[in-house]
Design a protein around this ligand. Structure first.
Ligand code: CNA
Length: 238
């Protein structure tokens, strides 16, 4: 493991156009469960499977159940960025890292100080009314016991991309631009199972593809360096 971390350190040192692509595993060391780990949300029991609750049609038809799950599992209090978020912000500050592309919706990269963050699946830091479109307060929505409503009477929702919904075209175009122009691509904390997001890493054309993940992924065969360990722990050593 030490040799792999040394190799990663050298690759970073010799690169000045790094892009990071990550997922839920980046935030597990902050205490936020991912979806597919053994202790992830998909392996816990609910009345409905999480992938059904987190779909556009379920939200429309069962906002009460959606918000029960949301308040129970997705609103986490007192979570802080971990060593992975902080290292990425530091690399951006040094001019080495050009963008963080994330599937996460927790806002922890920005909380760590990252500025150029492309949120493929939106964020729970923003809410809006499904009737009039007006922006709504995330603090009020998170504090609400039940389904939050706008002053116009419409239901308020988080600005996240639910299953069955389309990703934002301009965010995808930006992500493709950064990945295809990157000298080094670090992919971390993602099962690379959720499409179209996972497919974006195919746009990388360089020779420095690093995968840092607890488990294996479908893209392991394409990596130049694989580190099967916790990403916060890895980044704290470089
Ligand atoms: P996923 O499918 O749950 O995969 C997570 C991956 O990370 C797994 O392969 C784990 O083995 C790995 N992993 C877990 N902890 C660590 C760690 N500390 N270090 C390294 N690897 C680790 O999640 P993906 O992001 O791949 O799937 C995309 C979904 C998950 C997106 O739609 C997200 O919005 C959604 N999600 C986001 C959050 C969040 O915002 N924090 C939390 C849970 C789910």
């Amino acid at each position: 493991m030490r040799a792999e971390i040394e190799q990663l350190r050298e690759m970073i040192e010799n690169s000045d156009n790094i892009v990071f692509f990550g997922g839920a595993g980046v935030s597990t060391e902050s205490g936020i469960p991912d979806f597919r780990s053994v202790d992830g949300l998909y392996n816990q029991k609910y009345k409905y499977p999480p992938e059904q609750i987190l779909s556009g049609s379920f939200f429309k038809n069962n906002p009460e159940e959606f918000y029960k799950f949301y308040h129970d599992k997705l609103v986490l209090h007192d979570v802080m960025p971990n060593k992975a978020h902080l290292k990425l912000a530091e690399l951006e500050d040094q001019g080495k890292l050009k963008a963080v592309i994330t599937q996460n919706i927790d806002g922890l990269h920005q909380a760590a100080g990252s500025k150029n963050v492309l949120e493929l699946h939106g964020t729970i830091q923003r809410f809006y009314c499904t009737s009039c479109g007006k922006e709504a307060s995330a603090t009020d929505a998170n504090a609400c016991n039940g389904v939050p409503h706008c002053t116009c009477g419409g239901i308020v929702r988080p600005d996240v991309v639910l299953y069955e919904e389309q990703l934002n075209d301009s965010v995808i175009a930006e992500a493709v631009r950064y990945i295809s122009g990157a000298e080094m691509l670090i992919v971390g904390g993602t099962s690379l199972n959720v499409y179209p997001a996972a497919g974006l890493i195919r746009y990388y054309k360089g020779k420095k593809l690093v995968l840092i993940n607890k488990d294996s992924t479908p893209y392991d065969a394409y990596a130049n360096l694989i580190i099967n360990d916790k990403i916060g722990g890895v980044f704290s050593q470089i």
